[in-house]
Ligand binder design. Structure first.
Ligand code: NAD
Length: 380
């Protein structure tokens, strides 16, 4: 059974779904591996390294002639590139898909390829036994680090306090909004850089997590649980939102950097920083909106761009934070895929088992039929 790894064509996507060091793991599962020529370049993985590891480096048309296609981004079908014409005999594609936004395209794909199954990497359930395949977590960890680096790229002061003969310099004050995986990673790096860090989240469980990373957790006085029974964030009441707005507004005036990571599964990112809050921030302060790709937590965010407001606040809206760390994010993503294919039986017993709760949660197309519905837990 053959795995094909095409080059990613999505703008600014430098990751690749398999790295040279992970090729041997897929081969141990019994798969032959084909990698498109030059596919690893964006992550500094040269073709020779793939060949040394036992993969075949092939042309773009050849790579699609594989049983399983592993990708990072969903198959493209736009003016610049039509990948779904290339699918040929592939039985299964695994990548991020976002079925809520791509339902019609998926249905059409299923009609065109009646044997095709598609597994969505963002639909891995957030349960203990699926942790090894949970790429949202592995990517969020790396993204949190990169968000901190980007913040200090634009913040023109030192992160940690300094005592010099010429005078004292204070530490940077950081607010992290959303203390999930990405937020906790950002808190950890800000603390290690010597910053003073505050964090807020609507889930009560996030308090202990944020505090364990060294942040001061700030909360509104209204008692309302922000977590569903399954542990995910949910939309809060209007009363809570108003109170959170006031708390954010007052805190934003005093901090130098805000890193926002807030997401609610299946909904656009909540808008938590508006023009009024941003107007109250100090000139020179920086917002990194990690939710930019999902609509942004900040009203001023321009996805993919850095803007500076009239009062001198820099808003970083990069949507490729994880891709900017492509060598390591590719490595972790490839490991997540390896654990998935191991879980699916390797080459010898490969099957889409819908009685497996991980696979049933991830499967959006099964044998050409749409099996995803909005009733399934939605990806963020
Ligand atoms: P996420 O990326 O979906 O969201 C980021 C954070 O934003 C969350 O902590 C959320 O509570 C917070 N948020 C949402 N609305 C907010 C608002 N208005 N203000 C402030 N914060 C807000 O989160 P995630 O890191 O992917 O984690 C989601 C859930 O999944 C958590 O309960 C986490 O513990 C759980 N999880 C489980 C596993 C596992 O068992 N495999 C792995 C990772 C995460």
């Amino acid at each position: 059974m053959t795995i094909g790894v095409p080059k990613e064509v999505y703008p600014l996507e430098h990751r690749i779904a398999m790295t040279p060091s992970t090729v041997k793991n897929f081969r141990k599962l019994g798969f032959d591996v084909k990698v498109e020529k030059g596919a690893g370049e964006g992550a500094h993985y040269r073709d020779e390294l793939y060949e040394l590891a036992g993969a075949k480096v092939v042309s773009r048309s050849d790579v699609w002639k594989s049983d399983i296609i592993l990708k990072v981004r969903k198959i493209e079908n736009n003016d610049a590139c039509i990948e779904d014409e290339s699918l040929g005999e592939a039985k299964c594609v695994i990548s991020y898909v976002y079925p809520g936004s791509n339902k019609e395209w998926l249905e059409a794909l299923g009609k065109k390829y009646p044997n095709l199954s598609y597994l969505a990497m963002e639909c891995v359930p957030r349960i203990s036994k699926a942790q090894k395949l949970d790429s949202l977590s592995s990517m969020a960890n790396i993204g949190g680090y990169r968000a901190v680096l980007e913040a200090f790229q634009y913040y023109k002061r030192c992160p940690k306090p300094m005592m010099t003969a010429a005078g004292k310099l204070p530490p940077a004050n950081v607010l992290v909004i959303g203390a999930g995986v990405a937020g906790l990673s950002a808190i950890g790096y800000c603390k290690s850089f010597g910053c003073i860090v505050k964090a807020m989240d609507t889930r009560s469980a996030a308090k202990a997590d944020a505090e364990s990373m060294g942040a001061k957790f700030i909360e509104v006085s209204i008692k309302e649980e922000g977590s569903t029974a399954a542990g995910y964030a949910r939309e809060m009441s209007e009363e809570y939102k108003k109170a959170q707005y006031e708390l954010t507004k007052n805190t934003a005036k005093a901090v130098d950097i805000i890193i926002t990571t807030a997401l609610i599964p299946g909904r656009p990112a909540p808008k938590l920083l508006d023009d009024e809050i941003i107007k109250g921030m100090k000139p020179g302060s920086v917002i990194v909106d990690m939710a930019a790709e999902m609509g942004g937590n900040c009203s001023g965010t321009k996805p993919g761009h850095v803007i500076v407001t009239a009062n001198g606040v820099t808003i970083v809206g990069f949507t490729d934070l994880v891709s900017r760390m492509a060598p390591q994010s590719s490595e972790l993503y490839a490991n997540n895929l390896f654990h998935l294919l191991d879980n699916m039986g390797g080459a010898a017993n490969f099957a889409i088992r819908l009685d497996d709760e991980i696979i049933s949660s991830m499967c959006v197309l099964n044998g050409g039929k749409m099996v995803w519905s909005p009733a399934k837990p939605l990806p963020p």
